[in-house]
Write a protein that binds this ligand. Structure first.
Ligand code: FEO
Length: 409
């Protein structure tokens, strides 16, 4: 837990959270931070807030005491986004300070009533509206719908050029000793980039077109610093804006010159072919990721697939259909709209095939527009002939990925 000054009369209150599934579904191996912000003009405003994961609002009050702010003196709560990881403390807060005023979008107003029964002291704001806190702190609001829910806005303090962007421009991962991204060393920054891609693909991926629009909109604001609701603060805002623009583009492909191999096996027959496939991939001078399901989570697979132009799927047939853990992973990839990938698939069957047929059904139904290299299905263990076909399929896939990525440079 930390309360720190980040700009003139502006503070961040940050709490790291671990050992949970984010949104109840998404693995966060390196944790996540929940950031709130305080601006102290003649009037005091809190921007976003803590959920109830760790004793909030007590956590918030402890942090406020570190910067000598009495919760009763807070005039405004700015709800950039109503999802409870940013607003879950409102009910308890109003027991302590019933006189606060909420600033939020019209859509957030409806959600406040539905989630917390909060209907009083709400002012709705829209694009370009401003609120003056005094001492030069004029807040200006920008609607960035669907980054992450339809209600989302970003708040700019024109005094400091700080854009409080909530979910936009955020990332997973615990915050270390400094909350500024420019204080990270090269290795820490690389690690945070992976956590940011995990966050973007798992949480915002479905809304990539809206994220792209939000980036374009925010690029036109006089932003000197981006302070998101999760992750590090950017004093070079162009870096995270460019990164987000790129991550949004990966949704429709092509992404990076990378391949993600996702595999599952019941009794080791498909696994034998996977071991062979890995050797082939190692000979092809291309970066690749490997994930076994269900051992690796949806979120982990989606993180790798998000940046990969090519996918290799290896799974057996199970009772006329695809092995269920692979089917559920593919369904989730479809819901996150991982589209326009180059794909090769193979797998074992016993008394009936069916996995490849279900792959076609899932990708068609979810509009994924995947382009397939001829699949390989084999009875029992793979023989020499099937292994040769698998090698040919992988080489064909690698060549397609390389050609596509080189044309896209
Ligand atoms: Fe961090 Fe969409 O909530």
């Amino acid at each position: 837990m930390n309360a720190k000054s980040i700009a003139e009369e502006t503070y961040v209150l940050s709490m790291n959270v671990e050992d949970i599934l984010f949104e109840g579904a998404w693995e966060i191996p390196n944790g996540v931070s929940i950031n709130s912000y305080i601006i102290k003009g003649e009037k005091t405003a809190v921007i976003d807030g803590f959920c109830g994961w760790d004793g909030a609002p007590e956590t918030l009050f402890t942090l406020l005491s570190q910067i000598n702010i009495n919760p009763e003196s807070i005039e405004y709560l700015i709800i950039n986004h109503m999802e409870p990881d940013h607003s879950g403390w409102i009910e308890k807060f109003k027991l302590i300070n019933p006189n606060f005023k909420i600033l939020c979008s019209k859509k957030a107003q409806d959600l406040l009533a539905a989630f917390y029964g909060q209907t009083e002291n709400i002012t709705c704001v829209k694009d370009g509206d401003t609120v003056d806190l005094g001492d030069g702190h004029v807040l200006s609001f920008t609607e960035i719908p669907n980054v992450h829910w339809p209600d989302t806005i970003a708040t700019l303090d024109t005094a400091t050029g700080t854009l409080f962007s909530c979910d936009a421009f955020g990332g997973f991962g615990k915050i270390g000793s400094s909350i500024f991204a420019d204080d990270l060393d090269e290795n820490e920054l690389k690690k945070y980039e992976v956590d940011t891609i995990r966050y973007f693909s798992n949480i915002l991926g479905t809304f990539s077109p809206q994220a792209k629009k939000a980036v374009l909109k925010c690029e036109n604001l006089p932003v000197k610093m981006i302070a998101p609701g999760h992750g590090y603060i950017w004093r070079e805002p162009g870096l995270i804006m460019d990164a987000y623009s790129k991550y949004a583009d990966y949704q429709k492909g092509p992404a990076k010159e990378e391949i993600t191999l996702v595999w599952s096996s019941m009794y080791g027959m498909t696994e034998k072919a996977v071991q062979f496939a890995v050797k082939v991939l190692e000979s092809q001078n291309i970066k690749f990721h490997i994930h076994q399901v269900p051992e690796d989570s949806w979120g982990t697979v989606i993180t790798s697939a998000w940046t990969s132009t090519g996918l290799i799927l290896a799974m057996p047939t199970y009772e006329f259909k695809m092995f269920p853990p692979m089917a559920s992973t593919l369904e989730e990839m479809g819901k996150k709209k991982i589209q326009n990938r180059k794909v090769f698939s193979f797998g074992s069957y016993g008394w009936s095939g069916g996995a490849q047929k279900e792959l076609a059904e899932i990708t068609t139904r979810l509009g994924m527009n995947w382009d397939f290299v001829e699949p390989v299905e084999f009875l029992g263990a793979p023989g020499e002939e099937e292994l040769q076909k698998i090698e040919n399929g992988i080489i064909a896939l690698v060549n397609e990925v390389k050609a596509l990525c080189s044309n896209n440079k």
